[in-house]
Design a protein around this ligand. Structure first.
Ligand code: NOJ
Length: 521
């Protein structure tokens, strides 16, 4: 307990003394081979939701049956129409105007993080056949990227799964899904692994299981009081059962990759975790412990089993029999090491204890008995962004990298997501002149550069996102892209941030805080 308190106090102190960086930001500060890219996911950009043999996914069904749960009632049926617009030219069956791969190339990124749609590859899961058109699509995308010198960085599961598996196993609640995932991963390693050198099994399973089975916001909309009132579900144990199946699915895929593919294909495999940085709201022991608990439920929940074969102590104590236990066979499977950790980091937030005094527990951190707030004594932790609870706190990036390096055996880190959301606006000019995003990216990249100077084991950075896209329950109401997308015409227009990122990657980024730059400058 004392040691834990010490760690959190140390981190809090380090965070407090770090002023936002005013140093110039130079690509040359990053080690050679550092990956600089942008990220997307299948459901958020592809569209073509029923084309070329693709099966329905859980998100296809959810957005159609629960459109009231999506801020603008819309869905990813078309999204960015990326399926038809990833490249142009005669070599592609999917053609059209100069598009997404070209856009990435023009930015100068050397990597692109995207996810594969499971339902496009195995429309009915393991029991149906492989959809060759799905394989062909990703094949062509990978070839197009490599031709432009862009390294594919591939996620196997980014929230969407074949609807049939949702029905057959209750999604991640049924242990049978482990074999399904293992099979799906194997099909992908076999089909693409000769060219894909970076694999991640799951994207943000920690966030996904809480939003799915605790708060009931994601399909299939499961929850119970005090976390919400859904038609079915049990918020006290379902998130942990689902997480257990995900952890073991991850472990089986890693085991298979290491035994059967890694030596001949020469790639690496990891997992991506959503990581908020939690700072104690006050300097009291209870809030310091609350921040520790929040980090535990956020990060240690998935990474402790993967690294140490056991759930974190805080979770075992608080959840007792609601938290599954690892069998000996499971622990043995977990002994395979991941090659890297993917860190999705957007924000820091204050943690307030809810054990010593009551708070609203119907929140993301409610299961850790923590209330998260952006305000301390009326002062906000950082500038607001369009998503509630997401603040611009760049110095937390360095802290989270340091924390993960220290706790998890200095395993290499890739910052697999970091980005800034804007409100949808009627003014194109407002949306294109995204000064807030430029300042956000500059601040967070400076923080990574500072981590690098201090010896952090970090090897890559991906902006979320290359272009505006379908932001899950927020639909198209917020925009994360460096490229503006007109969702009627599908026209992509570079925002100021795209030009800023390109300039940074080419080695001549503007220095200091941006106040007045125009997109066309
Ligand atoms: C997390 C998710 O991985 C991604 O799908 C989402 O759009 C961004 N962060 C922004 O919320």
């Amino acid at each position: 307990m004392a040691a834990a308190t010490g760690v959190v106090m140390l981190l809090a102190a380090a965070l407090a003394i770090l002023a936002p960086s005013t140093r110039a930001l130079d690509r040359a500060e990053f080690p050679p081979g550092f990956l600089f890219g942008a990220a997307t996911s299948a459901y958020q950009i592809e569209g073509a939701y029923l084309e070329d043999g693709k099966g329905l996914s859980n998100w296809d069904v959810f957005t159609h049956t629960h459109s009231g749960n999506i801020a603008d009632g819309r869905n990813g049926d078309v999204a960015d129409d990326h399926y038809h617009r990833y490249m142009h030219g005669t070599e592609s069956a999917h053609r059209q105007s100069p598009e997404d791969v070209e856009i990435m190339h023009s930015l100068g990124v050397n990597s692109y993080r995207f996810s594969i749609s499971w339902a496009r590859i195995l429309p009915r899961g393991r029991l149906g056949g492989v959809n060759s058109a799905g394989i062909a699509f990703y094949d062509q995308l990978i070839v197009a990227l490599l031709q432009k010198g862009i390294e594919p960085f591939v996620t196997l599961h980014h929230f969407d799964l074949p609807h049939e598996l949702e029905t057959r196993y209750g999604g991640w609640l049924g242990a049978g899904i482990r074999e399904e995932f293992d099979h799906y991963a194997d099909v992908c390693f076999q089909a693409f692994g000769d060219r894909v050198k970076f694999w991640t099994t799951f994207n943000e399973p920690n966030m996904m299981t809480r939003l799915t089975y605790m708060l009931g916001m994601y399909p299939p909309n499961h929850c119970s009081p005090p976390f919400g009132n859904c038609n079915s579900g049990n918020s006290q144990w379902e998130p942990y059962v689902a997480a257990h199946n995900i952890i073991m699915s991850h472990a089986a895929a890693v085991d298979n990759y290491k035994k059967n593919y890694q030596a001949k294909q020469g790639g690496s495999i990891g997992i991506v975790i959503s990581m908020k940085y939690y700072e104690p709201l006050t300097n009291t022991t209870v809030d310091i412990l609350a921040a520790r608990r929040a980090l535990s439920f956020e990060i240690h929940w998935f990474l402790d089993p993967i690294f140490f074969g056991e759930y974190p102590k805080e979770m075992r104590e608080m959840l007792s029999s609601n938290l599954p236990k690892f069998t000996l066979a499971e622990k043995i499977l977990l002994e395979n090491k991941v090659d890297f950790i993917g860190v999705n980091h957007y924000t820091a937030i204050y943690a307030k204890d809810c054990i010593s005094s009551p708070c609203d527990l119907n929140t993301y951190e409610g299961n850790a008995l923590v209330f998260a707030t952006g305000q301390r004594d009326g002062v906000q932790i950082g500038k607001s962004t369009a998503l509630v609870g997401f603040y611009d706190v760049p110095e937390a990036m360095e802290q989270i990298i340091k924390y993960v390096n220290q706790r998890y055996e200095n395993t290499p880190i890739y910052v697999t997501e970091n980005g800034y959301s804007q409100h949808n606006s009627n003014s194109m000019e407002d949306m294109i002149n995204d000064v807030g995003r430029v300042n956000y990216l500059r601040g967070y990249l400076s923080s990574i550069s500072s981590a690098v100077r201090r010896g952090a084991n970090v090897h890559g950075y991906f902006v979320w996102s290359i272009m505006d896209n379908f932001e899950w329950v927020f639909g198209f109401t917020v925009r994360f892209g460096m490229y503006h997308v007109d969702f009627t015409t599908q026209e992509r227009t570079p925002k100021m941030s795209a030009k800023w990122y390109r300039d940074f990657l080419m080695g001549y980024a503007p220095l200091g805080e941006v106040q007045t730059l125009r997109a066309d400058s």
